[in-house]
Design a binder for this molecule. Structure first.
Ligand code: C2E
Ligand code: MG
Ligand code: MG
Ligand code: MG
Length: 279
């Protein structure tokens, strides 16, 4: 089969491409069914205070338990869920489920939930969040909503008004994956984020590249000057912890302190061999 393009040339579709399209359609159909079939689950990863290595928050991370393919990570299906509009009901389920779990945690542990840009522009996000808090009794101050810079790039939408609406509820708005997008500093001025999460690509090279250490220190200094907190993502070694403390980073998240686990396996104990913070 061939399709004529604008310049009178033909583009040929191979049988492989045809199969790809069919697989994509099947995947979308299964994804739509996954919510009523209760195939989504939330895993939870601790975020620790770097001074004490004690968990101060927990991030909810969605997974899809596919009947044949097993556990599918969010990077594989969130973009598709966004394309087909599923992210709106899925996002509501994630908020409600995570808030319900967090309502049972110690009262000094905050809950972090990721939001898709599509949820921010959907129109009723503030109401959805308000309802999730009201239904579960989780205090607004214990909820952190993580957004990426892609939210702020939605030029035709007043995303800032939505973020201010969320802040007015008393929830914290956190800038996720900082440093990977356009990272315009004007965003930090436009919206008072509670916290900046430094992307793990910078943390990964912290001990081997001086430029990564310089970027982490600068972001931490900037955040402090703007009265925002900082969380380092993807922390895997104590050497990284030492450098993050020197840089003045407040919180850390990563396999060193715990992998994402189902709610029942979550522990709020401090990391056993936490080296004391450098004086
Ligand atoms: P994110 O919000 O930046 O989440 C952090 C990701 O880093 C998670 O991947 C986590 O498992 C992984 N990670 C944590 N510690 C380490 C570490 O020490 N080393 C390494 N290599 N990785 C680490 P995950 O769970 O696969 O999630 C990927 C992304 O999918 C998230 O990035 C977030 O953008 C998105 N996502 C996850 N859950 C949700 C959700 O409920 N809603 C929406 N809209 N997006 C979600
Ligand atoms: Mg996140
Ligand atoms: Mg992140
Ligand atoms: Mg990320």
């Amino acid at each position: 089969r061939a399709k004529k393009d604008g310049r009178g040339c033909y583009r040929f579709f191979s049988p492989e491409m045809d199969t790809d399209v069919r697989l994509q359609r099947a995947f979308e159909l299964q994804l739509r069914e996954a919510l009523p079939r209760r195939e989504f689950e939330l895993h939870y990863q601790p975020i620790v205070d770097l001074a004490t290595c004690r968990p101060c928050a927990v991030e909810a991370l969605v997974r899809w338990r596919h009947p044949e393919h097993g556990l599918i990570p969010p990077d594989k299906f969130i973009p598709v869920a966004e394309e087909i509009g599923l992210i709106i009901p899925l996002g509501e389920w994630i908020l409600a489920t995570a808030c319900r779990a967090a309502a049972d945690w110690p009262s000094d542990i905050r809950l972090a939930v990721n939001l898709s840009a599509k949820q921010v522009v959907a129109g009723d996000l503030v109401e959805v969040v308000r309802r999730a808090l009201a239904d579960t009794g989780l205090p607004a101050g214990r909820l952190e909503l993580e957004i990426t810079e892609s939210v702020l790039l939605q030029k035709d939408h007043d995303s800032l008004a939505v973020l201010h609406g969320l802040a007015a509820l008393g929830v914290h708005v956190v800038l996720d994956d900082f440093g990977t997008g356009y990272s315009s500093l004007s965003y930090l001025q436009l919206f008072p984020f509670s916290k900046i999460k430094i992307d793990r690509t910078f943390v990964a090279e912290l001990t081997t590249r001086a430029d990564c250490a310089a970027i982490v220190s600068s972001v931490t200094t900037l955040a402090r000057a703007l009265a925002m907190g900082t969380t380092a993502e993807g922390v895997e070694t104590w050497d990284q912890v030492a450098l993050l403390r020197v840089a003045g980073c407040r919180e850390a998240q990563g396999w060193l302190f715990g992998r994402p686990v189902p709610a029942a396996a979550l522990s709020f104990e401090p990391a056993a061999d936490c080296a004391p913070a450098a004086a």
